[in-house]
Design a protein around this ligand. Sequence first.
Ligand code: NAI
Ligand code: MG
Length: 338
Amino acid sequence: KTIPATLIPGDGIGPEIMDAVTEILDAVGAPFAWDKQLAGMAAVDATGNPLPPQTIDSIRRTGLALKSPLTTPVGGGFKSINVTLRQEFGLYANLRPTRTFVPGARFDKIDLVLVRENLEGYYAAMESYIPVGDDPHGIATGAGYNSRAECNRIVRFAFEYAVKHGRKKVTLVHKANILKLLTGLFLEEGRKVAKEYEGRVECNERIVDACAMQLVIDPWQYDVIVTTNLFGDILSDLTAGLVGGLGMAPGANIGEKAAVFEAVHGSAPDIAGKNLANPLALLLAANMMLEHIGRDDLSARIESGIRAVIKKPELLTRDLGGKSGTREFTAALKQHLV
Ligand code: NAI
Ligand code: MG
């Protein structure tokens, strides 16, 4: 039985890494029936709109999308496509696993997951200026909000994820000592949800600044981290840095009716079209998508292939110190699938 899914080849290196990923997915017999749609610059060139209604309709229909990086058009007043997608489909949870694949990065044997609330907090961006004297921008203000319902939902998502993936501990990351209401509500709901999982999943708490320090000193103490929007944005780049940067960092944006899977990196215009791009971040995102539809068997096969090919560093792409181009690497990985 096939599963309809939207495929967005994207901009820059997007089409190259998407070709590599679909080749690997085909090789293991992944059941996706792709509906190819445009977004980003490719869509601007074809339709004048960076996120055409057909693309939105497709995701509404399939509830599932694999998306290559998009070049954000500069100027022209386009709203960020990622933000539009999150709002349109209520993609409230941003899931970013961080694992060591290539040894010798800043830290070894890292295996943690960060869950970021994706819709509320300070990224509501309710900003304004207050004039001071003759400076109309003398003071800049910003407000944020967190709703009880959303705090409950995001923490519950993290605990459910922990249960489903056999993880032992969830850390609530907050700043409730200073932002007593805004992030205090998150902590209050977090503790409430944690009670329901007592005996199954351990729960602890960290203030966000201390968490940042602990992540650099002793990242192994963390298992699943759940936090509000702004803190999650910053900490998830930090966790990617623990294992050597964005080269192998996948992400998922998950809502109740749709889920969008992507690499964390951008469209890398500097190396686009040169057969230099590393497709692993997008491939790991595709693996998360396989797990999302319950095909952990297929993601496990791809993952063992990745781990096998990584043992031969010369087969990797250049960003990981190897000698392969995108196509040569993809062919090598295919040979290491069992
Ligand atoms: P970038 O992530 O595209 O590139 C940063 C550096 O990493 C470049 O030197 C690039 O060559 C390298 N790099 C990135 N991915 C790579 C890969 N798979 N293999 C090998 N090397 C890789 O970030 P940058 O340059 O800031 O942004 C470029 C464009 O991408 C911008 O238009 C930006 O708005 C967009 N972008 C889109 C995202 C998305 O659609 N989710 C996320 C981040 C940026
Ligand atoms: Mg970010």
